[in-house]
Design a protein around this ligand. Sequence first.
Ligand code: FEO
Ligand code: CA
Ligand code: CA
Ligand code: CA
Length: 642
Amino acid sequence: MYTMSKELQNKELPVSEALDNEVTTLEPTFNKLVDTAISRRRFFGASATAGLGGFFAFSSVGNAVASSMGKHTMAKSPLIGFDAIGTSTADTIVLPEGYQWQSLVSWGDPLFPNAPKFDPSGNANAASQAMQFGDNTDGMSLFPLSENRAILAINNEYTNYKYLYADGGKNLTKDDVLKAQHAHGVSIMEVERDHKNIWRVIQNSDFNRRIHVQTEMQLTGPAAGHDLMKTRIDASGTQVFGTMNNCSNGATPWGTYLTCEENFNGYFGADANVERTEEQKMYGIKNDEKRYQWYKQDDRFDFGRNPNEPHKFGWIVEIDPKDPKSLPLKRTAMGRFKHENVAIHVNHDGSVVAYMGDDERGAHIYKFVSEHKYNPNNPDANRNLLVDGTLYVAKFSMTQDKGAGEWVELTFGKNGLTPENGFADHAEVLIYTRKAAKHVGATTMDRPEWIAVHPDGHQVYCTLTNNKNRGKEGQPVGGPNPRAENHYGQIVRWTPPNGDHTADKFNWDLYLVAGNPNQHQDAYAGSHNIGSHNMFNSPDGIGFDDAGRLWIQTDGNYKNKGDFLGQGNNQMLCADPDTGEIHRFMTGPVGCEITGLEFSPDSKAMFVGIQHPDAHFPEGGNSKPRSTVVVITRKDGGVIGA
Ligand code: FEO
Ligand code: CA
Ligand code: CA
Ligand code: CA
């Protein structure tokens, strides 16, 4: 989803208005904040070990959220037109009255005329998987061809060995590893809506394509061709085979799909005696990798033999969904980390701004600003906009509930990113983005997941899903990360001054703080727009529809016990950004997370991903569970959410 700037003069800006004036006073605010942070650290340092129950009456977070919105949170939202549903522990999808869902495509479904059907035995080979929909559906984007036809590009984040193989992956052969690699990546398919409002995949469309861990790709931008990119099979340092752990996504106004490489580290391994570099440790690469075990059958993933191979992953990859023969392009200017998603916004001056999160406890939020300007009249001229630009990392004030922030530039030679400090050139700043961010003192966040820009372009929202390490060393409690041992999560939003997303300052506030008001009366009850009727934990996927409704998907604890009692299975909620109202719209089947959302151009169909269901979804009975993309429509054919 991308958004274009609109004139904002007539738009009511409920939170940012009061903050706009503060932008110019960042320096003093920041200094004051440090003081607050220190005193708070002391406070938490003493009490965090007391556990969740006993510390810090934090209902002020909620007060501030509600009062800063200037409206009563229980007001009936003009945006939300359905009756909210309750929680569920059933092995199915539940929706509000008047809504219905259908399966569109599940793991293993054939995408080509000659592709075999899904074989639930787990004995299907690698060649079959390469012609089928990949596993663990995640972020997706729709590229309309006509009113009822479109190309759908969908990430396949990872695979579950428990279900992929008949023996659960105990004795992996070379073909087994290749099959796992084919279950990853991106699936591209043409979809069509019939006169009964049912969507289906067109199996013989020329657009259909599978991109996986063996697909040839190109590195572009400042790190392409660098010595740290050269490997035994690629002396040029510009070629890559594959993309993996494609979590969420983005789309550009020039019609390309962006897929984000998240936990790429988990696919590399080496013998126990191989010494890891500091940078490998920083990115979580481990010797004794047990989950996927690719390195035992495919030595590209043995970082002892191929120490530079991991440098080719952890990027954003741009794909032309309309040209199945095109090479996917890795955009090194946008930095290397565990990319969750990318929110593209065309600024009023034509600069393309990309907001990105690094999903790790204590990792950071980034912004990329293109060097060249977007040209709406010449799509081909936009093809290289993500090749060159400036990368920034966010520094938030440590104030309570809201405050100021700044974007710190990550450019070689600036802000101490120099050879004396271990950065030889700009390519190294990009290849080791995390190291650069740490060096400039970026704020450690509670696992940044998706980021979304409001359709009006005035505000940006980011889910901070949870962080059990908040309050430990290097991850101080405060600012947008207000609770130690944060296992519920929150949504932070920021407002650039005068709608200028290229500015190096911003104001932020907390849109919601998730919690369980049945189990807690303190900070862990959540903000005032959270009650027993709409509670949840671990917000992850977010996106706006055209009307400005914010859709929130969860990937959290679904045990429905203890701190999570009454929250049920993972779910999707619909929120009004102005009033703060949050209504539960959907609950998912057992064991799944809800991730991936997209709308038809008329907003009458919503595509949603059900990832890693763990009972018998979608077929029921004794069937094997399969990650599935579903389409939600209204029985009366109306706009979703209205
Ligand atoms: Fe793949 Fe951070 O979720
Ligand atoms: Ca996610
Ligand atoms: Ca998550
Ligand atoms: Ca996931």
